[in-house]
Ligand binder design. Structure first.
Ligand code: 6CS
Ligand code: FE
Length: 296
């Protein structure tokens, strides 16, 4: 029986310090597909990369699913489809494991769920899924941020006990905007906002400004830990902690940089009222445990 705690106060909304040490880090379980070295690397850096996680055949099958969503007329102008700031190209599609059978099967593939359960030390559910398409020449970047910072304030995620699985579906190289992360940055929470506008997601999913850490904090973390860009062949898996600082550049090449993301949250960390005090975000962004979602 999972112990679902409801907490009203947050250790992360206290006085404006430059940063707050991470509270209650997840305790990984020793059982699971990840080796002790992989677990140690994840705990130390906040992320690990596993090349060739999917076979070329699986990548091919899922690529068809990915393109199928792009070409579904019924999804045009829907709230769960986010356009690039230029308005001409699709930037992201959310809730993809509710939209396609192959993507749903991947989301619940034990190769992924057991990794997440091992890292988080509990059963898990999917808090969010998305595909970031980042088309050649047109795909814009994502400012530096911590996902948890958003999910805490805007979805009510209590603690840093969630992990993202990003499957790279096209070769990620240095010129098409690969995911960049600051190793070790998951250990601190950087207060990065004064307030949160209502419906902030309508702005932040296209170009996030609120919740981007201050440059002095980013500079200090980067001086101390550097930056790592994850490059590799299609089919690789990046597992990254919900609080690790990450971002990516615009795609300056002809090659798309399309990644599928599934966010696994501990069943013992289910979302409560958003810590911003705002209304909860729509369920295509934050799926309550066990609840289905349908496009409308
Ligand atoms: O607001 C969110 O949930 C999304 N924003 C970013 C920049 N990354 C995580 C997530 O997809
Ligand atoms: Fe993110």
């Amino acid at each position: 029986m999972s112990t679902i705690r409801t907490i009203s106060s947050s250790p992360y909304t206290s006085a404006q310090q430059q940063w707050i040490p991470r509270q209650h880090p997840p305790q990984p379980s020793t059982e699971g597909p990840l080796s002790q070295k992989q677990l140690a690397d994840f705990q130390q850096k906040g992320f690990i990369f596993e090349p060739n996680f999917l076979s070329p055949q699986e990548v091919e099958h899922l690529t068809q699913a990915m393109h199928g969503l792009l070409e579904t007329p019924a999804y045009k102008n829907k709230e769960f489809v986010i356009m690039e700031p230029t308005g001409q190209h699709i930037r992201s599609i959310f809730a993809v494991h509710f939209l396609n059978k192959a993507l749903r099967a991947l989301a619940y593939d034990p190769r992924l769920t057991r990794r997440a359960e091992q890292i988080l030390g509990s059963q898990v559910y999917i808090h969010q899924s998305r595909i970031n398409y980042k088309p050649g020449f047109e795909g814009q970047g994502f400012n530096w941020h911590s996902d948890f910072e958003t999910w805490h304030y805007e979805d009510g995620m209590p603690e840093m006990r969630a992990v993202s699985a990003s499957i790279i579906m096209t070769d990620n190289h240095h010129f098409n905007g690969p995911l960049m992360l600051v190793p070790g940055s998951h250990e601190v929470f950087i207060p990065s906002r004064e307030n949160t506008p209502e419906d902030h997601y309508k702005q932040s999913l296209q170009q996030q400004e609120i919740g981007v850490p201050p440059q002095e904090a980013l500079s200090q973390l980067m001086q101390e830990h550097g930056i790592e860009a994850v490059t590799g062949k299609a089919g690789g898996l990046i597992l990254f902690d919900c609080n690790v600082i990450h971002g990516s550049n615009a795609n300056m090449s002809a090659d798309p940089r399309s990644n599928i993301f599934f966010v696994y949250n501990s069943v013992e960390n289910q979302c409560v009222a958003p810590f911003s005090g705002n209304a909860p975000r729509p369920e295509f962004l934050a799926h309550p445990h066990g609840k289905q979602w349908q496009p409308h």
